[in-house]
Design a protein around this ligand. Structure first.
Ligand code: AFP
Length: 354
């Protein structure tokens, strides 16, 4: 991890002090700062429940309904959604979009923000005691209403971030001025600053993908992974390592801490034509954070932050992380002459080792 020198913030500073400093610079910033504080409060409450695990009952138990996206809802999904909504009700959030809600919910009609949230990402990992998280994206509310507030390019976000409930609870967010990294102090239940201006290592030898989907992938992804797997004997001329937690927040946090690239591409399974992850409350905030840290995020054809959602739970293929690696993967997509049986191209790829 490398950190930009920033003198105005000190390690251990409270989230409250950090947000007060930021919002004092401009009158319009207060409502965004209040949303970050509310999400932190909800996150601390969710972290406390997760820390108790099965002592509070079977939090990973499916409760019979499928959410708007077709995934089975678990007890903790609902609890997390309720914690987030009740915290946001006390802010100037006009519109709330959630993985757990079929449609946009109006919270405070006079509010000036629109907040999209995946309250509990990776919930299928709960019983295994593997990290799960909350992901969020904040847009200015549009005078044109709820839909227009969300269906716009991700680059118009005011803030984005995630909370990871792992061995400790980490909170990374961006207000468009770099990435701030906080950790929850369990003694005081307050978030304290670890660093400001977090950067993602530009290059990496580590990738994350669910390799059991190999046979469903399209040619560019298969070839990229084949090249990695061949390691020092293949066109890349070096060895790679692979990780897959199946929890987007945990993968993202690992990439922030030590570099790497994450891939959830489109594939040939029914329902995966646009990958698995959701644009509004997963890809958008992750892409915003990653770009703010010097990394990159693409759907293979275009920059994620240039995309506009056309539906609330829209999926998108997602590749993000170390900038050089993301550019390299995009170049596999852009190679229209791709044909694995043609050795010259294989050799040509080998010329651009990164
Ligand atoms: P859940 O919240 O249903 O566990 O889904 C999490 C997730 O959307 C994302 O965090 C992972 O990257 C992805 O699913 C893993 O899914 P696969 O099982 O397809 O690898």
């Amino acid at each position: 991890m490398s950190i930009d020198a920033q003198v105005r913030h000190t390690e251990g500073e409270s989230l409250e002090s950090y947000l007060n400093f930021w919002s004092a610079a401009d009158k319009g910033r207060g409502s965004v700062a209040a949303v970050i504080a509310a999400l932190a409060e909800a996150g601390a409450a969710i972290a406390a429940v997760i820390a108790s695990g099965p002592l509070l009952g079977a939090m990973g138990a499916e409760i019979g309904q499928a959410n708007a996206d077709g995934d089975k809802q678990r007890k903790l999904d609902i609890l997390a959604d309720e914690a987030v909504v009740s915290a946001l009700r006390r802010t100037s959030t006009a519109y709330y979009a959630s993985e757990e809600e079929e449609a946009i919910v109006t919270l405070n009609a006079d509010g000036d923000l629109a907040v999209a949230v995946d309250p509990l990402d990776g919930s299928s990992n709960i019983e295994a005691n593997i990290s799960v998280g909350t992901i969020f994206s904040v847009f200015p509310a549009s005078p044109a209403g709820a839909t227009a507030s969300f269906f716009r390019p991700g680059e118009e976000q005011s803030a984005g971030g995630y909370i990871v409930y792992g061995p400790h609870t980490s909170f990374l967010f961006t207000l468009g001025e770099g990435v701030a990294y906080f950790v929850l102090d369990p003694a005081t239940r307050t978030f304290r600053l670890i660093s400001h201006g977090l950067k993602i290592a530009p290059s990496t030898r580590e990738y994350a993908i669910n390799a059991s989907n190999y046979r469903h992938w399209l040619e560019p992804i298969r070839t990229f992974i084949d090249d990695c797997v061949e390691g020092s004997e293949g066109p890349r001329g070096k060895d790679f390592n692979m990780r897959w937690v199946a929890s987007l927040v945990a993968e993202t946090h690992r990439i922030f801490m030590r570099g790497g690239v994450f891939l959830y591409p489109a594939d040939q399974r029914a329902g995966y034509e646009q990958g698995r992850l959701r644009l509004l409350y997963e890809a958008n905030p992750i892409a915003f954070l990653v770009e703010q840290a010097g990394g990159a995020a693409t759907d293979g054809a275009e920059r994620v932050l240039g995309k506009s959602a056309a539906s609330l739970h829209q999926r998108t293929p997602l590749v993000f992380g170390s900038a050089e690696k993301v550019a390299r993967i995009a170049s596999y997509y852009n190679d229209s002459t791709f044909n694995r049986s043609r050795p010259p191209l294989f050799g040509e790829r080998g010329l651009f080792r990164s």
